[in-house]
Unconditional design. Sequence first.
Length: 302
Amino acid sequence: MSNALVDDFRCGAIAIVGRPNVGKSTLMNALIGQKLSITSRKAQTTRHRITGIQTRTDAQFIFVDTPGFQTTHPSPLNRTLNRTVTSTLSGVDVVLFVVEAGYFGADDEKVLLQLPQDIPVLLVANKLDRLGSERRAIVMVPFAQEVSDRYPFRELVPMSAKQPKDIEHLLNVVRPYLPISEAHYAADEITDRSERFHAAEILREKIFRLTGDELPYTSTVIIDKFEQVGQLRRVFATILVERDNHKAMMIGAKGARLKQISTDARLDMEKLFQSRVYLEVWIKVKSGWADDQASLRSYGYE
């Protein structure tokens, strides 16, 4: 298949990596122009390798969002997520290493040690807008020198994922690093993940957003049944938590929180799937699921 409209059409895979909470998923969504990766303030919101596709007249960008590389808590779940990051790095053409503009800490350094030596790495200094216009020059000049001393980055791209012009600039910077190749996907495809997968991710995002810091992040979502009847998607899901009190937090007073989670998730699903959605959600307690390798595999953690 070829979508090439120019002689030097390029197509390649770009991994987006970094420590938790540097804005990788927000960046991914901005690069694609549609929300594919879920976001929240909680670390490790992204738990799976998410592929997003942006096709232009001169290139097809295949972005791979990865979990934040966890350096603090060596749990079975976090070790599994870290393996997802390292395995992704072995099969891409370019790496976008995302940090916060003006800051490079110990956790960033630990991620840096995982980067491949034989693949171009571009340093994306995200959240530039937080510095303010007056501080940018003062902060970014010494920062650029510091990071260049740490690693031979091919490019340093200061930016804000919230600014469309910065997104366009990043795409232009990335393109020359992609191999000349025909497109791997049709021009209208934006992901290689199924609607079933995205339904689970959307529901998990609402859990994280609406439970705040009350609920530990060791909860997950299982889609028990996903079917399409005409223009209606029927989704039946189970939320797994580790304790009875976590279940109570999720339900909320008179079921108000669970109702809000379900409603917000359904509306986002309808927006992504462009159809009506019927969503039914149950909550189940399963102690220790996040510490059991067999459970992690059965729930889709690679």
